[in-house]
Design a binder for this molecule. Structure first.
Ligand code: 4AD
Ligand code: MG
Length: 431
């Protein structure tokens, strides 16, 4: 007998097959039982009719506990009522392991309880769908950058420098030196761009940020492209094409998952380049017009500000040219103004906040040296980074996209804790 996976069932209508599954849920009457089965690749309904299978097998089916693992055999039947398109008419059940007192029952549970049981919660339909969407975003990311001439480069995780400011670093011992867990691979990616032209990284980053919001993780994954000979505006074009590409890929390849999450896909269909741009100056004016009196020129935006700006558009929006004082040391100044820099944050729609931070980088040696001093950074740790500006320095730009915020937005998840398998949060290192 053919052993297949649930995802391959639509191509096996009429065939008798065997599947390794877990029982997600069940309901039954005296004559018929409906088993909700899952195998990791998908979810399907199994139907078992007492008259057809006999007393003993029917009793086994009725006695199955939630999350029991088993092999089932049966005939694949077309089922036009379900969006998956088929179900299994069960003819045999071989229990592998009977689960006991599975803690996550079909009733509602509180979030802290679910987070304590994250190792099991991952099995549920909604979490399964979000992980599949995360996987599709990762797949489409590699595809996009490979199709566009980028080389994947892996920057180190243990580092001696702090690209995004020194207050949010995880410090650790590196034999008898101090080291930090990477908060961004950017500086190394700049060196790599001078060697390979267009590069991208994809890896974990760490921020010892005492933030407890639905957008903040302590450990998150970032995609960081860096491009030699690319200036500010060209950098934005790559970003909008990339973000549109991943959204369209999810729409195309994760239809069932988006439906299971109840995601309003009309909002995603609209995500096509180009995206609107608004300067920081105009964003401040806009907020004042909307009645936000708490923010002044020179302040960074909080979540309510970003949300108010984003609500004005039906696509992600670039906020460009922030004040030099609220951005990292490496950003290229505006050619006509010394109070703002050539940077942009991309704000996602629907209140998901900043998903990309990017900029043109300083390529002038003296200016960069001055900025390192102004930010009170230890120049010896940045000697190699400065030296890049002495050896054929060129204009270059890049950005970092936060994977979890992007996945949360595309899947419509409330909180980034649901868009990473095992979230590290301010008060959570378990499981
Ligand atoms: O804006 P950030 O801090 O930019 C950088 O790290 C640059 N060095 C990137 C670059 O130009 N190569 O972070 C980039 C993105 C943010 O827009 C956000 O999506 C995500 O990373 N991010 C976080 N995601 C979850 N939890 C956190 N604590 C995050 N901090 C940043
Ligand atoms: Mg940022």
């Amino acid at each position: 007998m053919k052993k297949i996976m649930i995802q391959d069932m639509p191509g096996a209508i009429g065939e008798t097959v065997k599947l390794g599954v877990w029982l997600a849920n069940k309901r039954s009457s005296g004559k018929i039982a409906f088993l909700q089965l899952r195998d990791g690749s998908g979810f399907v309904q199994g139907v078992i009719v007492k008259e057809e299978v006999g007393e003993e097998l029917f009793a086994t089916a009725k006695g199955l506990t939630q999350e029991t693992s088993m092999y089932v055999t049966g005939v694949v039947k077309e089922d036009t009522r379900s969006s998956f398109g088929c179900e299994l008419a069960i003819t045999g059940i071989e229990v592998i392991h009977a689960a006991e007192d599975y803690p996550i029952t079909p009733k509602e549970h509180g979030v802290e309880f679910l987070m304590d049981n994250r190792h099991l919660w991952l099995r549920s339909r909604k979490q399964h769908a979000i992980m599949k969407i995360r996987n599709e975003v990762i797949r489409a990311t590699y595809e996009f950058f490979n199709n566009n001439g980028f080389v994947k480069i892996d920057p180190p995780i243990l580092t001696g420098s702090a690209p995004e400011g020194t207050s949010e670093l995880f410090q650790t011992k590196y034999f008898d030196e101090d080291a930090y867990l990477s908060q961004s691979g950017q500086l190394y990616m700049e060196a790599a761009a001078m060697a390979l032209g267009k590069v991208f990284s994809f890896g974990p980053t760490f921020r010892a940020e005492k933030s407890k919001t639905r957008r903040h993780l302590i450990e998150f994954w970032m995609i960081e492209p860096e491009m030699a000979f690319v200036e500010f505006e060209e950098n934005l074009e790559v970003q909008e094409q990339y973000v549109a590409y991943i959204v369209q890929s999810v729409l195309k390849n994760c239809k069932l998952e988006l439906e299971r999450l109840g995601r309003d896909t009309s909002k995603l269909e609209n995500i096509q380049a180009p995206f609107p741009r608004i300067t920081y100056d105009d964003a401040i004016k806009f907020l004042h017009d909307k009645g936000f009196t708490d923010i002044q020129w020179g302040d960074d935006f909080g979540a309510p500000h970003e949300t108010a700006i984003a609500e004005h558009y039906d696509k992600p929006v670039f906020i460009t040219c922030y004040p030099v004082g609220i951005k990292p040391f490496y950003m290229q100044p505006h050619p006509e103004r010394d109070d703002v820099v050539l940077c942009a944050d991309l704000i996602a729609p629907e209140g998901y906040g900043e998903i990309i931070g990017g900029s043109e980088r300083i390529h002038d040696y003296d200016l960069l040296k001055q900025r390192i001093a102004e930010h009170k950074l230890d120049e010896t740790a940045y000697a190699w980074y400065l030296e890049l500006r002495k050896q054929g320095s060129v204009p270059h730009s890049g950005f970092g996209l936060g994977l979890e915020r992007t996945v949360a937005w595309i899947s419509g998840a409330e909180h980034v804790r649901e868009s990473i398998p095992f979230p590290r949060l301010l008060n959570r290192l378990y499981p």
